[in-house]
Design a protein around this ligand. Sequence first.
Ligand SMILES: [Zn+2]
Length: 338
Amino acid sequence: MLATVLHGPGDIRYEDVAEPKILKPTDAIIKLAATCICGSDLWPYRGLQPQSGPAEMGHEYCGTVVEVGSAVKDIKVGQFVVGSFATSDNTCPHCKHGFQSSCDQREFMTGAQAPLARVPLADGTLVALDRVPDDDLLPSLLAVSDVLGTGWYAADAARVQAGSTVAVVGDGAVGLMGILAAKQMGAERIIAMSRHKARQELAMEYGATDIVTERGDAGAAQIKALTRNVGADAVLECVGTNESMHQAINAARPGGSIGFVGVPHGVELKGEFLFFSQKNLLGGPAPVRRFMPHLIDLVLNRKINPGKVFDQVLPIADVAEGYKAMDERRAIKTLLRV
Ligand SMILES: [Zn+2]
């Protein structure tokens, strides 16, 4: 079959690869209904993450089960499923504690920017719908797999609750989903940090109440100014740079919380800075599996429309153009039709 392969910085090809097969009895093979490009795919695309040889790309997926291994008990051929980018058995102590992305058996999905994909630990990783969803819901169900789940975790980790004042650092797809999540959790004020008009508009649509265009120390100072010099109760860090991480911590009030989900690149935090900041920090790869049943329910009942974050739709054969558009920030997030 044809699938997406990254050969090196800037070199994405849609080319012939071997079809996925059941490798372990706990695997399933799914036929994708749609797939997409993640902001985190841009790190290796930009050469900012070491790569050893060609890599089959893609970790966001939903679709129909076409084959299951002999040990798969709950997931059946023919079911429409959504799964997380981090696979999980959903039975180990970390899974039971709601941190499926630290599962004892975790693997990170790859090879999902393709017509077919292998999903390890199918029973624990996948959530089956009780019906085939309407086509117009596919973008939103695909969003659950990573971008929405990750934005949701950022808000959850930042302890957003009814009445919270929230600041969101990063206006990429995850930041926008963090705004949606904070709104759903009852935040009273949501300050989005963005300097791009289209993204500001989507931020407001998803529930932002204020826009801050300054970055770094000036951005943190602006958050303080908007909160009577107190700082935000909750800050969602959705970028992963040294500047954005410091900005996020500085924007929170003492005793406040930061949920950080941007994959760190060059972030260095000093002990003294953390000590005197007096703030809660929780982040990491999102345990999307914990939130999936609730998020799928919100999508199927049309309470939320995370799929709107896809502002570019391409046939998967044009995947290289999708990477380019996201890299140049011409697209927020690209959906690939399979
Ligand atoms: Zn587990």
